[in-house]
Write a protein that binds this ligand. Structure first.
Ligand code: TRP
Length: 442
């Protein structure tokens, strides 16, 4: 059984705040504990460019968000951790997906539509001031997800439409470029919305969000955290008066950090008329108890940016080698961006061996549970694969061999007794030619 792939990206355009921590970082790291999951955490810095034209801000945010993940306990030995812009295959895939993406679908993306609506309301041209990056945002996001065939993508509700689009592009691509009988190119990703995860209110009671300028930075120094919490909007009830928990930002923030018992006690204090000053002090101490040890790690990490840079580069390099580069090689092949030297030239007759029997491929599973294939010419085994863990891996390797020639990156096949690689290549050429002629080579 292959592991479920879970992928999480954070745009690097801001400083992590308590809302990011409670809504995304903490739950993502909690689910990383599941043994049957392979986790992908990345810094969406290309996405940052869509809305942030300040280079220093993007750099700073990338460092802060990377340090935050690490401080909060992301284990880079067990999980993939990387920066989007270190994987050039992502923008490359973005283009392949762009060419199957319906423009009409992109027209209906919420973020783009909201920008157009705003222009209309202001009597401007529909697309005034809108960059094409905003328009293409969902395609880049789809590439982030599809390149690793992620099964699950935990996001906030505002991202659900993006996941639907990713599925749409994947389906179109699979349909257009898939081969009957072989695995589809892309897995259709599922959106995961965790209803237990709280949406935190910000200082003014609205959802905590950079766009409302009401955030509490996750790693604000203790003094500043205290000051910010003291500034949370409350009603004007005096100490001794009963307070409502419902609709109280102070209460909701407390709840996001406290145990059930602590929360119950806090609710009781509200009923008993705790003063806002005291309530805020309790809130501050509760948040600080969880955050202080992480803050210490964060500050140590922020003091060593070169270490974080090296870590990110290493993650991306390994991920490219094992996943991204081979994936793009297959996809390029699928769309026709191909090696011309493997075109079979009309009229050049590849030698057909004894009796002209066409070579055949056989795929099978052995008692060891692994998947194999071999190339036969009559009764002779020309080439024998080693065992693959999944039929898909075997199929992918077989497909690359079927393209016509043995490249020497083998290691996953052996030649039959007394068989030379020239002989195999000739058989493959015969196979390809027969296929091109509409023959029934398998
Ligand atoms: N758009 C996401 C956000 O703003 C960030 C993101 C970019 C992302 N690519 C992704 C999230 C891929 C999940 C998967 O929150």
């Amino acid at each position: 059984m292959s592991k479920t792939r879970i992928l999480t990206g954070i745009t690097t355009s801001g400083t992590p705040h308590l809302g990011n921590y409670v809504g995304a970082i903490r739950p993502a790291l909690a689910s990383a504990q599941a043994a049957d999951a392979e986790n992908f955490y990345f810094l969406a810095d290309y996405h940052a460019l869509v809305k942030c034209g300040d280079p220093a801000r993007v750099q700073r945010s990338t460092l802060e968000i990377a340090a935050t993940w690490l401080a909060c306990g992301l284990d880079v030995e067990k999980n993939w951790f990387y920066r989007q812009s270190d994987i050039p295959e992502i923008p490359e895939l973005t283009w392949l997906l762009t060419c199957v993406a319906g423009k009409g679908l992109l027209n209906r993306a919420h973020a783009y539509k909201a920008a157009v609506d705003k222009n209309r309301a202001e009597g401007e041209d529909d697309d005034a001031g809108i960059n094409a990056g905003l328009f293409m945002y969902p395609v880049l996001m789809a590439a982030d997800i599809l390149i690793f065939n992620a099964n699950k993508v935990p996001v906030g509700r505002d991202q659900v439409q993006h996941l639907e689009m990713a599925r749409d592009f994947a389906q179109r691509f699979n349909h257009l470029y898939g081969e009957p009988g072989s695995e589809p190119h892309f897995v259709l990703p599922d959106v995961v919305i965790d209803d237990n995860v709280a949406t935190l209110p910000g200082l003014d009671g609205r959802k905590m969000s950079k766009s409302y300028d009401n955030t509490i930075p996750l790693f604000a120094p203790r003094n500043e955290l205290k000051k910010l919490i003291a500034g949370i909007l409350t009603d004007s009830r005096a100490p001794g008066e009963r307070k409502d928990t419902e609709g109280s930002a102070v209460f909701q923030l407390y709840q996001a950090f406290a145990s059930k018992e602590e929360t119950r006690a806090f609710a009781q204090a509200f009923a008993d008329g705790i003063g806002w000053g005291d309530a805020k002090t309790q809130l501050f101490e509760r948040i600080d108890a969880e955050v202080a040890p992480l803050r210490e790690k964060y500050e140590a990490l922020m003091a060593k940016p070169a270490q974080i840079e090296a870590l990110l580069r290493d993650g991306a390099a390994r991920l490219r080698a094992t996943h991204a580069t081979p994936a793009l090689a297959r996809l390029r092949e699928a769309v026709g961006l191909r090696d011309l030297s493997k075109v079979v030239v009309a009229g050049s007759k590849p030698a057909k061996k004894e009796g002209g029997a066409l070579p055949t491929f056989k795929q099978y599973r052995e008692a060891d549970g692994k998947f194999y294939f071999k190339l036969m010419q009559g009764e002779r085994v020309l080439l024998q694969s080693t065992g693959f863990d999944s039929p898909r891996d075997a199929g992918v390797r077989l497909a690359s061999i079927k393209q016509g020639a043995l490249d020497d990156d083998g290691g996953d096949f052996t030649l039959g007794d007394g068989v030379s690689s020239d002989e195999v290549n000739a058989a493959l050429a015969a196979f390809v030619e027969a296929a091109l002629e509409g023959g029934k080579a398998q």
